[in-house]
Design a protein around this ligand. Sequence first.
Ligand code: ATP
Ligand code: LTN
Length: 327
Amino acid sequence: MKRVFSGVQPTGNIHLGNYLGALKQFVELQEDYQCLYCIVDMHAITVPQDPKELRKHILDVAALYLAVGVDPEKSIVFVQSDVPGHAELGWILTCSSYTGELSRMTQFKSKSKNKESAPTGLFSYPVLMAADILLYDTDVVPVGTDQKQHIELCRDLAIRVNNTKKKTFVVPEGRYLKAGARIMSLDDPSKKMSKSAENIHSRISLLDEPSKIKKSIMKATTDSEGVIRFDVDEKPGISNLLNMYSVLSNKTIDDVVGMYEGKGYGDFKKDLVEITVEALKPIKERFDDIRESEELIKILKSGAERANAISEKTMARVKENFGLGLK
Ligand code: ATP
Ligand code: LTN
């Protein structure tokens, strides 16, 4: 069976962008692949984290994976720092990566912008991500398009090692959905929706109360034309809302535009609130049950054991091909 790997950072509550860009794919792929879904806590500490909050967010993300439909009987769900191979391979790959290629990563540029100095971990973050993926001989990586550059770097590193040492790694492919791959921020549609943005109305979290969802959508930035049509360049706000409407209702954007011909932004936004609240209601209900249950920790522990068993085999091959350690 081909393998899938993906990860989400425990840096806050999962939002609609994470869900529509990545988690929806996680659920679909479980039928045809062996899937590993990781909570990448070591990526989260590339920016300062409060230890108590981080622990809470790890369990929140794990419970949300299960609440959206990741099935622990089918998929391996685990926490990154429970498998030492990630850090180990991360270092080995750091030695095969170049500072020039890392300094071109746009996520690093935007996260280090306006800071006097940036942690080295933030700079080498994409190398750890490559290690996550290569550690499991991954074939397919479902992510949002914001991760495309990191996936390309991962492929370059795998090919570089395969060319200079013996063939060591499987070269993975990114998998991006047509719709949902890049949901934009509600208050500034030139930026992607993000967990860590300061304004809570810039995003819809999967656990938001209906009143918060309503407020965020009704406040969402649009334009003064008053016509509902899809045009990302001229009307980025409305186009983003149309995209969300289309994916959540399983209708094409053209159909949605047709339904709102002659209607105003207010009517459209009200309906989008209703669709969003309905879509998220069952997720929130399942989340509350799972988050409280003792099963969650058991699932993560057993996931880490299964992930460790796979990663140890890869690490033995990597060490052999690099000449590290004793035979
Ligand atoms: P942070 O704001 O803390 O950097 P984030 O919101 O970007 O976090 P991640 O944990 O980095 O979320 O990403 C988890 C997954 O969600 C990745 O596959 C990523 O590509 C996807 N994703 C993140 N934001 C969006 C978005 N706005 N639209 C579509 N997919 C997204
Ligand atoms: N870099 C990703 C999170 C992430 C990831 C991964 C995604 C870390 N390791 C491995 C896919 C595969 C992000 O910031 N969204």
